[in-house]
Design a binder for this molecule. Sequence first.
Ligand code: IPE
Ligand code: IPE
Ligand code: MG
Length: 251
Amino acid sequence: MNEYCAKYGLNEERLPRHVAIIMDGNGRWAKKRLWNRLKGHRAGADAVDAVTTLCREIGVEYLTLYAFSTENWNRPESEVSGLMELFKEFLVSKKGLLIEKQIRLNIIGSKDKFAPELLKLMNETIAETKKYEPKMTLTLALSYGSRQEITTAVRKIAKMAADGEITPEKIDEKLISENLYTFNMPDPDLVIRTSGEYRISNYLLWQIAYSEFYFTDTLWPDFKKDEFIKALKDFAGRERRFGKTGDQVKG
Ligand code: IPE
Ligand code: IPE
Ligand code: MG
C-alpha cells in the first residue's frame, strides 16, 4: 500500500498510469494581478513542481506536460524569449531533484528552433537522468505539435517503404505509434486542461484516442496538490469501456 495514496484518500488500484496536462492560464493569472505575463509563467513553474512531486509520491509512472506548442512560436518575441529563459532555469534548477527522486526527463517536440545553449542543457539533463532505472518519467512537450509529429512519422514510414524495408501492408497502428515521439510511453489515461478552455490545441492527437478528459476553470498557477487530487478522484470514478458495454466491463 502506498502511504501517500492512503494519506490523500486515493485508491491505488484506480490511479492513471499516464497523466497528460495542458497547462493553460498563466497569462490570465498574471493579467488579473496587472503583472507581466512572464510572472504568470514563473508561477506556473511552481505548479509543475507540485504536480510532479505528487505523481512521484503516489506512483503515477508518466507525467507529460504541454509547456510550449509549435503555435506558441507566434507569440510576441519578448514572451517567447522569456519562456526559453524559464526552460533553461528549470533544467538547471531541477536537475538535482530529478536525479534524487529517480525521475527520468524526456522531451518531445521538434528540436530545430531551440538555441544551441538550451539544446545542450536539454540533452545533458536527459542523459543524466537516463543513468538509473526510473521511478517515474516526466515528459515536457516543448515546441510540440501533434500534426507535426504525425507528419514526421508518416514521412519516416514512407521512406522505409520507398527504400524497400517494408511493404505498405506492414503499416499498422503499432508501426505508427512506434514512430511518434512517444514511442516508448503508454497512451495517456487522463488528460487535464486548466483555465476553462475546452480544446486540445494540437496535443497528442493520436495518443488520446481513448483518454479520459478533465477540465477545470482553475488557472494553471493555482493548480496545486488539492486540485490534482480532485482530478485523480474524478478519474477513479470513471468507467472506461473501450467500445464495450457497461455490463461487459463490469463482468
Ligand atoms: C499556458 O498559459 C502556457 C503557455 C502556453 C506557454 P498561457 O500563456 O496560454 O496563458 P493564457 O491562456 O494566456 O491565460
Ligand atoms: C496550449 O496552450 C499550449 C500549452 C499549454 C503550452 P495555448 O494557450 O497556447 O492554446 P490556445 O492557442 O489558446 O488553444
Ligand atoms: Mg493559453
